[in-house]
Write a protein that binds this ligand. Structure first.
Ligand code: AMP
Ligand code: ZN
Length: 136
């Protein structure tokens, strides 16, 4: 078994477990961005979020919501960033789906989702983009 997070789920690699049920496992990030930074992983190995079956993805996010409430309360956070890096181009380092819950505190100096990337010209033709993306 080569996957780091599969090994954590199995208990072969130690982790600070926050929560576990039949489908998901949550643990503290070893290199936290803020106090309480937690990652939530599906127990079934999927490399990335967009390859997950819709039902499992929905279940994962229900679990993420529950844990985010728990974590925010536990560390008295004022909010949190909740999201995932999907595939290596987006910064995904571990190829097993994981959702980050990063507690945030008023005045902590951090940024928002908008600080991840800013490509010049990205908004040049929103009409054309909408036509490309729209689902009938
Ligand atoms: P990503 O860059 O989205 O793939 O995030 C991978 C995350 O896993 C990083 O935030 C790492 O700090 C975290 N991580 C890597 N190894 C471990 C580990 N053994 N235990 C807990 N978290 C880990
Ligand atoms: Zn895995």
């Amino acid at each position: 078994m080569e996957c780091l997070f599969c090994n954590i789920i199995k208990g072969d690699i130690p982790s600070y477990k926050v929560y576990e049920d039949e489908t998901a496992y949550a643990f503290l990030d070893i290199n936290p961005c803020s106090k309480g930074h937690t990652v939530v992983v599906p127990k079934t190995h999927y490399e990335n979020f967009t390859e997950m079956p819709a039902e499992e993805a929905a279940g994962l996010f229900a679990t993420v919501r529950m844990i985010a409430r728990l974590v925010e309360d536990a560390v008295s956070a004022d909010g949190s960033n909740i999201g995932l890096n999907n595939k290596p181009a987006a910064g995904q380092a571990v190829p097993h789906v994981h959702v980050h819950i990063i507690p945030r505190f008023e005045g902590d100096g951090g940024g928002s989702m908008h600080s991840i990337v800013s490509i010049p010209g990205a908004g040049d033709d929103l009409e054309e983009m909408a036509e490309l993306l729209v689902m009938e």
